[in-house]
Design a protein around this ligand. Structure first.
Ligand SMILES: Cc1cc2nc3c(=O)[nH]c(=O)nc-3n(C[C@H](O)[C@H](O)[C@H](O)COP(=O)(O)O)c2cc1C
Length: 454
């Protein structure tokens, strides 16, 4: 797992084509049902990746050429019975290549997955906040997806540059209720096999109502519209705008993080770790983790993402800030992670469990964890360079890094949970260093409290 989340797939062969088995593995370990529990009103199902409120509003679709075991088509992934439902027969990859202005990873991929978000599945509980949950929950899912693809030696990339309406039309989405969020081309095949775009007629399929009534939150539709790309020209522009956001090296004292030897790192497989993962519900306040464990998490989760919007692994849209309660070899206090130098800069020393509780929506989890990691971003700077689409990129990147933190923690038999937070309080706590930034994501890491046998 640790290498799957941190190392790029080494130069893939000219043809690296997933079979239906590869595809099943990727889909199951990203969005499949991995756990079930008895609840008061029947079974509760949990999926492979963490998700706000366990509401699972992210859907996966497959657009592929003929694969070993699967005919060319457009499919919807149904996690309940681990099946693909055929929506369109035939090879529609040309439509995606066109919608992405011939993005090479999409044009050369035998399979592209499309991630969509269904507003109401999350908004009945979280209302308009669902819009940022789209980025978070799609991100944690993508962390798994990229890890399983890498473990299968299949190149995969997150593509955000596409004409929204064209991709929505291919899936025949009702865009007031469900929208395409990103594409993930998987594998590689020679470009010459790419077909011309085909006409995608309306499917008019009946869908099962989610509720008797749905409430529309106009703010979300407006945000989505404002961050949509309307034409191939806009996609070209978005791609040309990849800014250099490499943070300049800062002088000053920092705790350099030790690098654990490869042979001493835990070797659990990607699948084992995903099956073991679950959000920790109670942390052991008396427990601590080692500096080496924290170092492994920070190091393996911030080596860059394969995307169409980040220039190089050195570019990251989110910065990591920490509140350390209980890490052996590290003073308790607030830190900034200097990614380039792999060092932690102490911003203020002290015990901040009460503050962490307050920042994390007054929940006990961030107070009892060993360390909390906050992802903060200079949104104004990013929107200025990237335009409105940058908002989606920031949320999505944070979600993937957050998802990778989960995986890196569980790879080391630690516990973790995503958390909601009071945005401005987090910024105030880390200021003046964090001045002008926005809070994007929060993860707590520690050891689960073992329940005593009754
Ligand atoms: C972005 C994010 C925010 C979350 N926020 C909270 C939270 O504020 N409090 C909490 O107890 N759990 C939180 N969770 C954990 C989810 O409730 C959990 O992922 C979901 O119930 C699925 O369970 P699992 O992670 O064990 O598979 C969050 C998860 C994510 C991904």
């Amino acid at each position: 797992m640790l290498s799957a989340i941190s190392e790029p797939v080494s130069a893939p062969r000219a043809n690296s084509i997933p079979s239906i088995y590869d595809l099943a593995r990727i889909l199951y370990f990203s969005a499949g049902i991995t756990k079930e529990r008895e609840g008061l009103e029947g079974k509760i199902y949990f999926r492979a990746a963490a998700c706000t409120g366990a509401l699972y509003e992210i859907e996966l679709y497959v657009v592929c050429t003929d694969l070993h075991g699967l005919d060319a088509g457009v499919y919807h992934f149904n996690p309940a019975d681990l099946s693909l439902r055929l929506l369109r027969r035939g090879d529609f990859r040309g439509n995606l290549a066109q919608a992405t202005a011939m993005e090479s990873s999409v044009a050369q991929a035998p399979v592209t997955l499309i991630c969509t978000g269904t507003y109401w599945r999350n908004a009945w509980k979280y209302r308009a906040r669902t819009y940022r949950h789209f980025g978070w929950d799609n991100g944690t899912l993508l962390a798994n997806l990229l890890a399983v693809s890498a473990a299968s030696a299949l190149p995969a990339e997150i593509v955000l540059g596409f004409v929204d309406s064209e991709v929505n039309r291919l899936l025949d989405l009702d865009a007031r209720r469900e929208v395409s969020l990103c594409l993930v081309p998987i594998g590689r095949t020679s470009g010459s096999s790419l077909p011309q775009p085909r006409k995608a007629a309306e499917l008019g399929l009946e869908t099962i109502p989610l509720s008797q009534h749905e409430v529309e939150y106009p703010a979300m539709l407006e945000m989505h519209e404002a961050s949509s790309l309307d034409s191939v020209e806009e996609v070209h522009q978005w791609r040309a705008q990849r800014p250099d956001l490499t943070s300049s090296a800062v002088a000053g004292e920092g705790v350099r993080l030790p690098r654990t030897l490869e042979e001493e790192q835990p070797k659990d497989t990607t699948e084992h770790v995903i099956l073991r993962r679950g959000s920790t519900r109670t942390f052991d306040r008396a427990a601590s983790i080692t500096l080496s464990q924290l170092s492994t998490i920070l190091d393996h989760t911030t080596r860059g993402l394969p995307t169409d919007f980040l220039e190089s692994p050195a570019t990251q849209l989110n910065d990591l800030y920490l509140i350390v309660h209980s890490v052996e070899g590290l003073k308790s206090g607030a830190y900034f992670f200097r990614r380039q130098q792999r060092a932690l800069e102490l911003l203020k020393e002290g015990g901040f469990r009460a503050e962490a509780r307050q920042l994390g929506l007054e929940q006990q989890l961030p107070a009892d964890a060993c360390v909390n990691i906050y992802l903060l971003s200079d949104l104004a700077r990013i929107l200025e360079r990237y335009g409105n689409r940058g908002y989606r990129a920031v949320q999505l990147e944070a979600g993937v890094i957050g998802g990778r933190i989960y995986l890196a923690a569980y790879a080391q038999h630690l516990g973790a949970t995503g958390l909601t937070f009071y945005d401005d309080d987090v910024i105030n706590f880390f200021s003046p260093h964090a001045r002008n930034k926005s809070t994007v994501f929060l993860l707590a890491i520690g050891k689960a409290l073992k329940r005593r046998a009754q």
